[in-house]
Design a protein around this ligand. Structure first.
Ligand SMILES: [Fe+2]
Length: 236
């Protein structure tokens, strides 16, 4: 039996690059996923343990080192490899990102679950829909979190990685980036309900989250009227 308010949701600022990691799960099932485990893996596991919640898998927004760990600018960031060492669990990635995640983290194919866009994961009454949002990287994905409730539909949470930030969006000038795909991805996120709360992959603004309805009014990148307009905004 599950009820409203089954959602367990923690936003955690980690590391030197203003990254957000998240814990998303079910209070009744006492289980959660960790989103983008990097920088302080033990700290994320400790937080869940303190809350009496078992981490049953990792969700990866995209393969960049500040989200999954690895070498960057001669600096070693801990991440998925450390998680697999401390607490082996499935690493859920978008299928187009699997190769990149393996290269950057050293994880093997058997550690990964490669997903299609639209796949669903469920814990208790909590549902996580995987949305493929290419653009920043080919296999970037966002997580739309919602809760089944007798009280009717509940407002969802959008965990958006480096696809959508508060008042900006992810870079599209990196290897594997595709600005046109980013325009389409943002256009699809714009279709989500206004009362969805946006939770980005970095703290690049004073607040850590915002109503998507507000972002539809204030975020110029979410408001591009055509692919040409978007390319112009991105400096092309
Ligand atoms: Fe990134």
């Amino acid at each position: 039996m599950t009820t409203a308010n089954d959602l367990y949701f923690v936003q955690q600022l980690v590391g030197d690059m203003q990254n957000f990691a998240y814990l998303i799960g079910s209070r009744s099932a006492r289980q959660a996923y960790v989103v983008d485990p990097a920088w302080n893996v033990q700290g994320l596991l400790d937080r869940a343990a303190k809350d009496g919640v078992e981490i049953v898998g990792a969700l990866v927004t995209h393969y960049h080192q500040d989200h999954v760990g690895g070498e960057i600018f001669g600096h070693r960031i801990e991440g998925v490899a450390k998680l697999l060492e401390l607490a082996p669990m499935p690493i859920h990635v978008q299928k187009h990102e699997a190769k990149g995640v393996m290269q950057v983290t050293g994880a093997s194919a058997k550690d990964l679950v490669a997903h299609e866009g639209g796949d669903l994961l469920e814990l208790g009454a909590v549902r996580v829909q995987l949305i493929h949002t290419p653009g920043h990287t080919p296999g970037s994905q966002c997580f739309l979190v919602s809760e089944r409730s007798a009280a009717g539909p509940q407002a969802g949470q959008l965990v958006a990685g480096d696809t959508l930030f508060l008042d900006s969006c992810g870079r599209v000038d990196l290897p594997g980036s595709d600005p046109r795909a980013m325009y389409e991805s943002l256009a699809s996120l714009r279709k989500l309900p206004d009362d969805t709360t946006l939770f980005p992959g970095h703290l690049y603004s004073p607040e850590g989250h915002d109503a998507l309805g507000n972002q539809k009014r204030t975020n110029p990148y979410l408001n591009a009227t055509s692919v040409e307009h978007f390319l112009e905004l991105m400096g092309y």
